[in-house]
Design a binder for this molecule. Structure first.
Ligand SMILES: [Zn+2]
Length: 244
């Protein structure tokens, strides 16, 4: 592929994925209406444990072009109690099966690491991540998001797709400023921003929540800046096509 083809769709200066973790009701009630108003499509990392309460609403959301993806069945943070095979069977594959059954079998999916932990089983960091990576690959996961790091450079994302960086813009406080700084940095690099949200509530309580107002102002800014906003799987497909 010619170098000149390595641009984002529509000549956008950067790509952005809006990601929402844990299958929370507040996302359906408070985030999705603003996404839909602006015509933006998000990525929703569901756990069966939470998503089953409002499965019909999640299915309707997927029908409108939002991405639903794997965040395990029960969101285990402490992985010490799991053997690799139990984690693979009970958390990864069962969740892939749940998504296949209720949202259609698409084969390839994206994933977000519960609690941002990248290690599984014994050994040093490299061994523990290597083990996790092999299970994800076997489960049909093509791209996986962490909760740390700066803007993604397409070449790096392609080289290490199971360790995509994510940024939690309201982790330290309820202001759009960190998100705007991060987006500016992404534009300067011509990269790919992945924003991470959890609860979207009338008021911010900490722990990575966002207020409806802050979430809305980040989305309004995005829409006005003309960045290419698309679900994580769709941006990753694009990167695979253009940067491979
Ligand atoms: Zn989570």
């Amino acid at each position: 592929m010619a170098q000149g083809a390595r641009v984002w769709p529509g000549g956008a200066r950067a790509a952005v994925s809006l990601t929402y973790d844990d299958g929370l009701n507040s996302q359906l009630d408070n985030a999705v209406p603003d996404l839909d108003r602006l015509g933006l499509k998000g990525t929703f990392f569901l756990t069966e444990e939470n998503a089953h309460w409002r499965l019909g609403d999640w299915q309707a959301l997927a029908q409108r072009g939002h991405e639903v993806a794997n965040h395990t069945m029960t969101h285990p943070c402490a992985l010490n109690g799991y053997t690799a095979s139990r984690f693979e069977h009970a958390e990864l594959d069962r969740m892939q099966g749940y998504l296949d059954a209720h949202f259609g079998a698409i084969g390839e999916r994206t994933f977000a690491y519960p609690c941002g932990y990248l290690g599984l089983g014994h050994g040093d960091r490299r061994e523990r991540f290597g083990r996790y990576r092999r299970l994800l690959q076997r489960s049909g996961v093509v791209a996986a998001r962490t909760t740390a790091g700066g803007p993604n450079r397409p070449g790096e994302a392609l080289a290490d797709p199971l360790r995509l960086h994510g940024f939690e813009p309201t982790y330290d406080g309820d202001s759009p400023a960190p998100a705007l700084r991060y987006l500016n940095e992404t534009i300067a690099q011509g990269g790919w921003a992945i924003l991470v949200f959890h609860e979207v509530l009338p008021r911010w309580h900490g722990d990575g929540d966002a207020s409806i107002a802050t979430h809305r102002s980040i989305l309004d800014h995005l829409a006005a800046t003309g960045l290419w906003c698309a679900p994580m799987g769709r941006v990753f497909d694009y990167v695979e096509d253009r940067w491979a």
